[in-house]
Design a protein around this ligand. Sequence first.
Ligand SMILES: [Fe+2]
Ligand SMILES: [Fe+2]
Length: 264
Amino acid sequence: MDKPHRAMPDIEVLPAHFPIPGMGFLPVNAFVIKAREPVLVDTGMGIDSEEFMKALESIIDPQDLRWIWITHDDVDHTGNLQKVLEAAPSARLAANSLAVLRMSTAWSVPMHRVYWLNSGDSISVGDRKLTAVRPPLFDNPTTIGVYDNKSEAFFSADFFGAIIPSPAQNADDVTEGDLAKGMISWASADSPWVHMVNPGGFMKALDRIRQIGPEMIFSAHLPPARGRTEQLLELLAEVPTSTPFVTPDQTALEQIMAQMGSGR
Ligand SMILES: [Fe+2]
Ligand SMILES: [Fe+2]
């Protein structure tokens, strides 16, 4: 994991970077919203378990958390969920019902602590309203991002993600060219169905985010991006007609393994 940092006066980032061989790094972020009822958005990767809990404790006493919002039940978002639920006995688990049911096939989710949300539903966390928003791109049907009306920040789950050449603390630290290339590759790889959709319908989904007009984008897979929503939406409008991403095959794996072997 990387060092946690404050991206807005009341929003802290718990950043990590996952290496993608031959391509770069995928940021994997969780966030703490220091609302009157503090909220953790996603719980990082299980591989970082110890570091993640330490990083979280450096930002907030987990006992003070009142909400754990899981944007979807993919393992890069739920890696430390059980640990956090134990450490944060006063926190409720906000998630889509299907995410909770899917997780229940692997472990006993404490249902009395669960709060089910559909896109459009809101919860009050004392000093602000958090609204569930299904992003235009997602790799899991349970996905709900979070719009925070106080900070005008959109926690967009996998949407707005990008594979970047090297870890960065802010989206502004990545060159425009690298950002465009990395974002289109990620969108195509993570949501391959985007190439089957009617571009007009996809534009309407992008427009819904445009209408919300978040000032700050907190993607799980992009360094924080301030004041760039319109630019990034325009970039993503090209995805349905872009060249589909082809995942690496066995030949690529053998090359990667040979390179790793030669580096030993
Ligand atoms: Fe995902
Ligand atoms: Fe993800």
